[in-house]
Design a protein around this ligand. Sequence first.
Ligand code: UTP
Length: 300
Amino acid sequence: MSNTKITKVIMPVAGFGTRFLPATKCQPKEMLTIVDKPVIHFLVEEAVNSGIKDITFVTGRGKRAIEDYFDYAVELEQVLSISGKRDLISSIRQVSEMGRFTYVRQKEAHGNGDAILSAAHLIHRGEPCAVLFGDDVVDSEIPALKQMISVFEKYGDPVVALEEVPHNKTNLYGIVSGKEVEKNVFQINSIVEKPSVKNAPSNLAVVGKYIINYEILSILKRLRQNFSEGRELGITDALKIYLKDKPIYGLKFTGKRFDCGSKIGLLEATVHFALKHKEVNQEFKAFLKKLSKKLKYFLT
Ligand code: UTP
C-alpha cells in the first residue's frame, strides 16, 4: 500500500547558475544572499516549516559552500565565544540544526530530472517525496509546500506548484491546462513546455515545487536509460508521461514568489525581505523614499 506521509525533500542544487555569471563562477547560486540569508536557507525553512526534516541536497562540483553552511562552524563559534557574542553563536548553530541533511552528487549537470534521480535510491517503493528547486522563494503565511501537502493528502496524487504568469512570458515556463476541481486546485490535462503566447493553453505556469511519487521516479529512470548523450532530462518529461494514465494536481498557492534564479527576481526578493527585516527596514525605507524622489526625476 502506498504511503501518504511525506518525510523527505530532494533539493537539486547542482545547476551551473549561468544567469548569475561571473558571480557563480566559484560560488553556488543558491548561496547568493537575500539581505543576510542565502537563498537556500529560505528553501530549507520552507521544508522544515512544512513538517519535513529529511533534506537531501543534490550537489555537484563547486557546491561545497552549501555543505559548510549547514554544518557547524566550530572555529567561528570559538571566536564569537571569546568576544561574548552568544546571540550570533545560537543563530549560526540553529542553521545546522534545522534539519537532517544528506548530500548526494550529480556527476554531470544533465538536467533537473537527472538531478532528482541522483537521490532516487533514498526514496522507498511506495513513498512520496517533495522536490524543491533551489530558485523559487515564496513569502507566505503558510509555506507553499505545506499548502501543497494538504492537496496531496486529500487527493493522493502528485502535486505541482502553479502560478499565473503574464501572458507574454509563457515561453519561459511549463504551462498547464486543467480543470479547477476546487478553489485554486486544478486537475491537470496537459503540460506544454515553454509555449509561445499563441500556443499557450493558459497562463498557469509550473514553478519549482513538486510532490512526486515512486512511479514518477521510475519513469525518470526509464527515460534516462533511453536518453541520447548530451540531452537534458527534466522532471516535466516524466510528468507528461505519468499524466497519460494517472492524475496530477496543480495548486495555485497563496503567497508572493520570487524567482531567485534570475537577477530581477533576486533583486525583488532583496527589496521585499529588506522591508520586513527587523534590523534594517527603517533605514532601508528611508533610503527608498529618497530614491523614489530621484526616480521620479529619472522616469519623467
Ligand atoms: P535551473 O535551470 O534554474 O538552474 O534549474 P541552473 O541550470 O543552475 O540555472 P541557469 O539557467 O544556468 O542560470 C532548476 C534547479 O535544478 C537544479 C539547479 O541547481 C536549480 O536548483 N539543477 C539543474 C540541477 O541540480 N542539476 C541540473 O543538471 C540542472
